[in-house]
Design a protein around this ligand. Structure first.
Ligand SMILES: [Fe+2]
Length: 240
């Protein structure tokens, strides 16, 4: 089996397990030095350049850039396997995120049973970037992880993913300001409000979103397959 040691500082994650599990009104935590520093610096150096190949998502409620894993953006569920356009280290990380060990460690940390990698994509914001507070609420067994790759972030500077008690920036519970090898993790729930405040400075907030979820071959994704849901919506089979 491939050697996946020296990628994640699991002790740093597990140290926050109680905080995560006890936080109200939903489970969330902030973790420093998530990746082993040497490995992180390699990921940082080869984080994809934000260029025309990225998908610019701009609407009334958000303004950010997204780059999915693999050649195309046909599916919303992450494509399995390597992406030759990414560095060896990013491919290694992707393979690790697909491993049983990775899901098992997050299940142990969170107390929420997750078994499979659902999303693995780059999300970036530039000046003018933001995301209004929102809730997904796809089900009981989904963990959303935002890992940051931005050095020199200032205390109080907007751009990190905040968590809030209401769909209102006045009710922010936590917002990260160290975005250098840190992560924010939250449990998807009916109360899991999150977003990103408007970025006024000309800088780049670089992140990776990892979503882990319970999946079984018999029943599929516990939170549903977003591709199937989108298709049904366009065919008016489900109410919006
Ligand atoms: Fe979200």
């Amino acid at each position: 089996m491939e050697d996946f040691t020296k990628i994640v500082n699991w002790d740093n994650l597990l140290r926050e397990a109680k905080t995560f599990q006890n936080n109200k009104p939903f489970k969330f935590a902030f973790v420093g030095e998530f990746f082993v520093r040497d490995f992180y610096e390699k990921l940082y150096a080869t984080y994809p350049k934000i260029d025309e190949s990225w998908h610019h998502i701009s609407s009334y409620d958000k303004n950010h850039f997204s780059k999915k894993w693999g050649k195309t953006e046909i599916t919303q569920i992450v494509q399995e396997g390597d992406d030759p356009s990414r560095s060896d280290d990013w491919n290694k990380l992707k393979r690790y995120c697909e491993s049983k060990e990775f899901a098992d460690n997050f299940s142990k940390f969170s107390g929420i049973k997750v078994t499979k990698l659902k999303h693995f994509h780059f999300i970036a914001m530039k000046k003018g970037g933001f995301q209004l507070p929102h809730i997904h609420n796809v089900g009981l067994s989904t963990l959303i992880i935002m890992v940051y790759f931005s050095k020199g972030w200032k205390q109080g500077e907007p751009g990190g993913t905040y968590v809030a008690s209401k769909e209102d920036e006045a009710s922010i519970l936590f917002e990260p300001y160290n975005l250098d090898n840190t992560m924010v993790i939250f449990h998807d729930s009916p109360y899991s409000v999150h977003g990103a405040r408007y970025m006024e400075k000309d800088t780049e907030r670089k992140a990776l979103q990892i979503t882990l979820e319970y999946y079984s071959p018999e029943t599929g994704w516990s939170g549903g397959d977003p591709d199937v849901i989108s298709k049904k919506r366009t065919e008016n089979l489900v109410e919006l």
